[in-house]
Write a protein that binds this ligand. Structure first.
Ligand code: SF4
Ligand code: SF4
Length: 118
């Protein structure tokens, strides 16, 4: 299983335009070694620097981007993808994906994540 296969299990969420609430509250998102390697490769290819935590806002949030705020969107870690899409990480603004994950699906995703990508 590739990590992209795991990400595919998570429904797409379209956030409220201009809402970066999640990205402003958790600092640098947690990620596994595999996700960190993907991120570093992406940053290198884009000529970007590794982000450092300053307060609660994620260093990869860029509100000036036309298409949205995440400057590392293709390689954002699992936790960013789960916000708003799973029962444990419901959107504070009430935004829902087309289909919210069931609790057992969320558990299975974490199980596969820990088994294959730590
Ligand atoms: S999941 Fe909800 S609260 Fe978080 S950034 Fe998206 S719209 Fe905002
Ligand atoms: S990596 Fe992207 S999606 Fe995740 S918290 Fe940072 S800006 Fe938000």
């Amino acid at each position: 299983m590739d990590i992209e296969d795991l990400y595919e299990l998570i429904p797409e969420l379209i956030c409220n335009k201009g809402c970066y609430e999640c990205c402003k509250n958790f600092g640098v998102p947690s990620r596994t070694k595999i996700e960190d390697e993907r991120l570093k490769k992406f940053l290198e290819e884009k000529g970007m620097k590794v982000g450092e935590a300053h307060g609660h806002t994620c260093p990869y949030l860029d509100e000036t981007l036309a298409e949205g705020g995440c400057s590392i969107h293709p390689v954002r870690p699992l936790i960013c993808r789960l916000y708003g899409t799973s029962p444990s990480y419901l959107c504070k603004m009430g935004i829902m994906p087309v289909r919210l994950l069931e609790e057992d699906e969320e558990e299975e995703i974490f199980h596969l994540y820990q088994k294959n990508f730590f």
